[in-house]
Design a protein. Sequence first.
Length: 147
Amino acid sequence: MAFQRAYLERVRQDQLRLQNWQYNDYGPYNYRYYRSGNYYETNRYGAQMLQQAINDGYEEGFRAGQADREDGWSFSPQDAIGYQDASYGYDGYYVDVNEYQYYFREGFTRGYEDGYYGRYQYGRNSNGTLSILSAILGQILNLRLIN
């Protein structure tokens, strides 16, 4: 329960951040990624947004998994509020919300597993900052620069 309150507070803070954010068109699509049999294109800011979705998902998943383990709950990442919401960090620009949520959940499930089992198979902790390993991020996103 404490984790859910903390997550909702982080979402509230994130919404306050968005109130001051401004969209700018930063050029053509120059990145391609592949998912579920289809190619998608985005600009570098969209690519950064998807990478951030995976990292934010990992961090939130780690916290949720750790909280479930400490509270004696069974392993169930899909039941966590962060997984269901999957919009933390989304700014409404550069990529569709469904794409963002897909990649957030990809990071979340790996973070949840690490947090639940108390390990760092998919990510690392650097001075209290959790992040997914770059090799894992690359496998998930499969991002390529278009010439």
